[in-house]
Design a binder for this molecule. Structure first.
Ligand code: CP3
Length: 343
């Protein structure tokens, strides 16, 4: 394949002297231009559903830093909303949703064929970006993985230990499995529509995969991810998929093979040397600088960035943080990280 897009090359297995770079939450509150556009939109969800403004905040970090990839500005919780859950954000606290914990709640959800009515503006954002991005920049679409999305739908909010979702899994497995199935089918439709609109790569965020152990990990992290990837690959065989089973630990080993993912994204709780030996042997990996360096900066930011680049230098690698950049990050530290990689 001949492409000048460094991110696509890494996903095809190319080993590059300078890895492609992007950051989770690269469009976000640490950037003054993001805060200004968000104020113009009024609130976070209006920003997600206003294509011109969502495209604008997606482009801001590309203009400022020249990242190799842009990630669509949206949220993993738009799919539950499109399936009929109420969704709102409490400033300073995070998301709130109506809860799904009974067969009656589940029966109130809309069919997957209805999601486009809500999500059409997101697809329009993708179309704008496909037109406006620089030709060397790859456009990434995304969705939450079913388990992570289910944890929010069941609890109605973020939870430190995902206890309400674990409780439903134990106490009413039929309802729990039906919810996972509905989200899985919705995610296949949602990502397919993003690809049709122009997304060149898609990423599945399983932010809470680390709280699934043993059989539960296989059943609710690996299996739904594998099902989504198989469905997408049957229609779009050339579109790479990045999977992020955050804090999977030892379960990162073999995850790409078990799911068909083209790349596994790593959080910063695993060492880069360990991941190079045990995960990168199967193909491209993405990661994994701790986001705290974007706040603290200093010489450690540079040495840690270089250490990670070196650890992954023998195989295909996409440089990223181990999780999203935080609102208190210093935008100058992002430039220092990029200079340490490209300089
Ligand atoms: O990475 C990007 O720049 C693309 C956009 C993006 C957002 N959320 C925008 C956002 C992506 C890829 C996400 C994914 C997402 N959303 C995840 C998975 C990744 C992860 O962080 O683990 C999760 C769990 C969510 C759900 C969500 N959205 C939460 C828990 C919160 C509140 C916490 C917070 O950081 O405020 C959000 C809000 C959110 N999503 C913001 C952004 C930029 C902050 C909203 C604001 O501007 O006030």
């Amino acid at each position: 394949m001949s492409t000048t897009k460094t991110l696509l090359r890494a996903l095809k297995g190319d080993v590059q002297a300078i890895p492609p770079i992007w950051m989770m939450r690269q469009a976000g509150r640490y950037l003054p231009e993001y805060r200004a556009t968000r104020a113009k939109a009024g609130d976070f969800l209006s920003l997600c559903y206003t294509p011109d403004l969502a495209a604008e905040v997606t482009l801001q970090p590309i203009r400022r830093y020249g990242f190799d990839a842009a990630i669509l500005f949206a949220d993993i919780l738009l799919l539950p909303q499109a399936l009929g859950a109420d969704l709102w954000f409490v400033t300073g606290e995070g998301p709130r949703l109506s809860t799904i914990t009974t067969p009656a709640d589940l029966a109130m959800l809309k069919p997957v064929s209805d999601i486009d009515a809500t999500l059409a503006p997101v697809y329009e954002t993708v179309r704008i970006l496909a037109r406006e991005l620089p030709k060397e920049t790859t456009l990434i679409g995304f969705a939450g993985a079913p388990w992570t999305v289910a944890t929010y739908m069941i609890a109605g909010r973020g939870t430190p230990d995902q206890a309400p979702a674990h409780a439903l899994m134990r106490e009413d497995p039929a309802t729990f499995d039906a919810l996972i199935d509905r989200i899985t089918e919705g995610t296949i439709a949602y990502l397919g529509a993003q690809i049709e609109a122009g997304a060149e790569v898609v990423k599945l965020f399983d932010s809470w995969a680390g709280s699934l152990k043993g059989d539960a990990f296989a059943r609710y992290a690996t299996a739904p991810t594998a099902r989504i990837i198989a469905a997408l690959k049957s229609k779009y065989p050339d579109v790479p998929v990045i999977a992020f089973p955050r804090e999977a630990g030892d379960a990162y080993v073999g995850f790409a093979r078990a799911t068909g993912a083209d790349c596994v994204a790593l959080d910063n709780s695993v060492s880069a040397d360990w991941a190079a030996a045990n995960v990168q042997i199967d193909g491209c990996v993405q990661g994994n600088l701790a986001p705290s360096y974007m706040v603290s900066g200093g010489p450690e930011l540079v040495s840690e960035t270089r250490r990670i680049v070196k650890a992954f230098s023998k195989g295909p690698h996409i440089f990223n943080l181990g999780h999203g950049i935080t609102p208190d990050a210093d935008p100058d530290n992002v430039q220092r990280m990029i200079d340490a990689i490209r300089g």
